[in-house]
Design a protein around this ligand. Structure first.
Ligand code: F6P
Length: 517
């Protein structure tokens, strides 16, 4: 029997009428006045973090209806299917098992069918970590250059920045992702062949930005007097054959059931392991695993990824909010918005159901943001007084590692002040100073930014994305939308070289002509 689509459930219809009758009118200030226990009722503990959902436009009635919706969409069955290794990525006939990458070795309660993959996971992890340790000990290697894009870049970037306090001394990390020559060029100016390790990171090993940059890096290496390509280049890929053909001997594999944007836990995490060490990397996995277990076991009502995803659906499909701002108030988390853009928008930026039929409702919102401390002196104006309501997600870290207490206190105060100002507003008669308030936000609080808490935070987002995708009835694990651009880029590259305008639209032809003259 087919699952009901979310808009075909009774709960959806009831949410619709509740929204029209009351939900759309909800005022947070009144809600807090009426319910002194609102903060506790709408907050949630989860491994390594605490979430305050109480400043959201939600009440007990709408929340209960959302839980009903999850049940009627058989969300629990979807979750079971993922954890059982079913091929839920239907368009590519693949299982989705990034959670397996962080499954502890000693824990045996896995279905029989996952015993083989898990033994491969641990064998590869051990190899990758022992290589990472070897690089850490190798004093001759001072610079690590990761060449990769999308999921083969963002996870390592986020983690290495976030875990700066755990970073090995005397090694520098560089990331070359785009094909814009300024990126590779700037890195090559800072390094020497004899002291550099290039990591070519590409799940497919066909991504033309990565392969072109890797080729140029190798040419530079040889031209600058480098010897021993085998010692200075390694690859992380699920296409080991292609990496070998490229001439790289040292390869660490992973599997087609790990999506690129879910891959930082695999060998793609090699730069992270070099930076924070094998123990640190294992702690990162352990934190993520703790969140996996929370997601797998906690009842819907106490399950943070599920509560957040239901809120996302409520905002997107009933309130009609089109975007969500991510505001980290900790410099270590400055690339989280970019990471989440890929995770959420590449996963759930879809408009058809599992059978390829067009959906009659909206799916993923636009995710955007940067460090909140900077944003509040720029676009927060629009968040407070603009015509659109944009829910904000504050990411705060209780204990800082930098030791500058005054700075940290003021940073935290600003995060709290912003969420309070968004909600309270300001009742001024002068229209310019009037702030409507009642603008929703969520605060996610980590006690400290450690490998384990970072692992838990990222796993939280992964499961949230899975849940909203499952509720919307879409395949969160493919990304066909990026293919056309890749094909056209190849075509344009040769046209730029030859000047061929045959069957080009007039705008593209005009631009191409200008670029060639
Ligand atoms: O273009 C999208 C994408 O396929 C992402 O999903 C992926 O993370 C990125 O490109 C890089 O792909 P690869 O790791 O295969 O080079």
């Amino acid at each position: 029997m087919q699952r009901l689509r979310c808009d075909e459930t009774q709960a959806w219809v009831r949410l619709q009428s509740y929204f029209e009758d009351q939900g759309s009118q909800q005022d947070l200030r009144t809600a807090f006045g009426l319910e002194p226990g609102r903060f506790n009722a709408f907050s949630q503990e989860a491994p390594y973090l605490f979430a305050d959902l109480s400043k959201n436009l939600i009440d007990h009635q709408s929340q209960n209806l959302l839980f009903d919706l999850a049940k009627q969409c058989e969300l629990e069955k979807c979750r079971e299917d993922m954890f059982a290794g079913c091929a839920i990525n239907t368009t590519e006939a693949r299982a989705v098992m990034h959670y397996l990458l962080r499954w502890p070795k000693e824990k045996k309660d896995l279905p029989e069918s996952l015993r083989h993959p898990i033994s491969e996971v641990h064998a590869t992890l051990d190899q990758m970590l022992s290589y990472a340790e070897q690089v850490r000990q190798d004093e001759a290697i001072t610079d690590i250059v990761n060449i990769g894009i999308g999921g083969s870049d963002l996870g390592p970037v986020v983690a290495i920045q976030a875990l700066e306090a755990y970073k090995i001394e005397k090694k520098r990390f560089h990331f070359v992702s785009s094909i814009d020559g300024l990126e590779l060029g700037a890195v090559l100016k800072q390094i020497r062949p004899a002291s550099t390790l290039f990591i070519v990171a590409s799940k497919s090993f066909t991504t033309h930005e990565t392969i072109t940059n890797a080729q140029s890096a190798r040419e530079w290496f040889l031209a600058a007097g480098g010897t021993q390509v085998a010692r200075h280049f390694c690859a992380v890929t699920s296409n080991v054959e292609a990496a070998r053909q490229f001439g790289i001997e040292k390869c660490f594999g992973f599997w087609d059931w790990v999506g690129g944007r879910f891959s930082l836990w695999s060998s793609i995490g090699l730069p992270i392991a070099i930076s924070i060490g094998p123990e640190g990397f294992r702690d990162l996995l352990a934190g993520a695993h703790a969140m996996d277990m929370h997601f797998k076991r906690a009842p819907l009502e106490k399950n943070l990824p599920i509560r957040l995803a239901l809120l996302d659906l409520w905002y997107r499909n009933f309130h009609g909010f089109t975007s969500r701002n991510v505001a980290p108030y900790y410099r270590g988390l400055r690339r989280m918005p970019a990471y989440l853009q890929q995770l959420e928008m590449e996963s759930n930026g879809k408009s058809v159901d599992l059978d390829g039929q067009r959906l009659p409702y909206q799916t993923a919102p636009v995710i955007w943001g940067e460090l909140g401390a900077n944003g509040q002196h720029a676009y927060f104006q629009l968040l407070h007084q603009g015509t659109d309501v944009i829910p904000v997600e504050f990411l705060v870290v209780k204990k800082a590692t930098h030791g500058l207490e005054i700075q940290h206190r003021i940073t935290l105060a600003n995060a709290l002040a912003q969420s309070r100002a968004l909600m309270m507003g300001q009742a001024e008669s002068d229209g310019h100073r009037h702030m409507p308030g009642n603008r929703p936000s969520t605060t996610l609080m980590l006690d400290e930014l450690s490998p384990a808490s970072l692992g838990a935070l990222i796993a939280l987002y992964e499961h949230r994305v899975f849940v909203s995708g499952a509720l919307w009835g879409i395949n969160s694990f493919d990304q066909w939308g990026v293919q056309l651009g890749k094909v056209m880029a190849n075509d344009m590259t040769s046209r730029l070289q030859t000047g061929d305008m045959d069957r080009l639209d007039a705008s593209s032809a005009g631009l191409l002509k200008r670029l060639r003259t």
